[in-house]
Write a protein that binds this ligand. Structure first.
Ligand SMILES: C[S@@+](CC[C@H](N)C(=O)[O-])C[C@H]1O[C@@H](n2cnc3c(N)ncnc32)[C@H](O)[C@@H]1O
Length: 363
């Protein structure tokens, strides 16, 4: 592609390295997560994570009046393990919620969708598979959308501060035919807009990452439901912490065989490429779409609140395996501190009513 058309922006390079059919890192089936893979996630810790998510989903469903027909939409479901943990927990905790539940998985990669169908065979009839949210039917109109470690896997641009302006780090070819960085001034208006929000006190050579397209990513998810809640769990920060002037090399990492490295131009397709999530940018995109960003919390605090009933049940008869999972998921030195959770809600009917009200008031 580079030999034919010139340098690629990093979004295109990363999308190709991770998702190109046949060749991309994730396109070759589910072998990345877990002990024999390249990295662990909260899902690898054990089924308690899915059970606690089920508690959150059921609380939200009850608050919405326990509608018979509702839907959970998962993105980045990998091999379907988390979906199976959640469906198992909902069946046990509140079996009536299963009656009208559609669990939809949006998965563009055929290899991963095939693995999900095998894992979820015992929930056949409950689970629906689509390759993009736009394919979902018009109802049920109420639901929950979520993803664990999905946003960090969305392609991003790499930029560097020259002291006077932001430069975009594109990928070209060196004299030996290997990949190399090519720096050019940022010109795309949405990048200029996104970078304008980062502040100005950066040292020369400060390199970081930006995802200016969260609104485009969220829009089809918001549009397929009249009212709902989105929950994004991932490593990342609010903007002042992410773009702190001392974080001079950004958060871009590659992962292979549980080893982190920092050069994404080496062995593309053989390793994961990721960067932390700027949760402020996600919240801004939600506001642009008319949604309300709600709670933002560390994963540790969020899960500990959800685990109250489960923790009380441990008294006298402790589930040692479960408690170990709880500790790994919530302890600040494990996954509880660097992982964060952002909840976003929307209700088009209520917004139509309230904008009607303000119209009346204005009149
Ligand atoms: C780091 S893995 C996380 C897997 C799993 N959620 C977990 O926590 O173990 C990221 C996943 O997001 C998927 N992904 C990336 N972009 C996506 C998109 N636009 N829609 C659905 N899945 C996507 C990738 O294919 C990959 O399976």
């Amino acid at each position: 592609m580079i030999a034919r058309g010139g340098s690629l922006d990093f979004v295109d390079f990363m999308a190709t390295a991770l998702y190109e059919p046949q060749l991309g890192y994730y396109a070759r089936g589910p072998r990345q997560v877990g002990r024999d893979g390249d990295f662990f996630t909260s899902v690898s810790v054990g089924p308690l994570f899915g059970e606690l998510l089920a508690h959150r989903f059921l609380a939200e469903w009850k608050q919405a009046g326990s509608p018979r027909d509702w839907r959970i939409i998962e993105l980045g479901a990998h091999d379907g393990t988390l979906a199976a943990d959640i469906l198992t927990a909902i069946t046990r905790l509140e079996s009536s919620a299963m009656d009208g539940l559609e669990y939809a998985i949006s998965e563009p990669l055929p290899g991963l969708q095939a693995a999900q169908k095998i894992t979820l065979a015992r929930f056949a009839g409950k689970v629906r598979f689509v390759t993009a949210p736009a394919e979902l039917a018009a109802s049920p109109r109420y639901g929950i959308v979520f993803g664990n470690e999905l946003l960090d896997a969305l392609p991003f641009q790499v930029v560097e501060w020259s002291g006077e302006e932001w430069l975009e780090c594109r990928v070209g070819l060196d004299a030996d035919g290997g990949f190399c960085w090519e720096l050019v001034p940022v010109s795309a208006p949405r990048m200029v807009h996104a970078l304008g929000r980062l502040g100005q006190d950066f040292p020369v050579g400060y390199r970081t990452e930006v995802r200016p397209d969260f609104a485009e990513f969220l829009a089809p998810l918001v549009h397929c439901l009249e009212a709902g809640l989105m929950i994004w769990l991932d490593y990342g920060f609010a903007r002042p912490e992410y773009y702190h002037p001392a974080r001079t090399r950004g958060t871009l990492r590659t992962f292979a065989k549980h080893r982190a490295a920092e050069n994404p131009l080496q062995e593309p397709g053989q390793k994961d490429i990721t960067a932390h999530v700027d949760f402020t940018a996600v919240a801004e995109a939600a506001l642009e779409l008319g949604c309300q960003p709600g709670l933002f919390s560390s994963q540790g605090v969020w899960l500990t609140r959800l685990a109250q009933t489960w923790l009380l049940a441990q008294e006298g008869n402790p589930d040692t395996l479960g408690l170990r999972q709880f500790q790994t998921l919530t302890h600040p030195s494990h996954l509880g501190g660097s992982f964060h959770v952002l909840e976003i809600s929307w209700n088009q009917e209520r917004e139509a009513l309230s904008s009607g009200d303000s119209h009346r008031l204005a009149l």
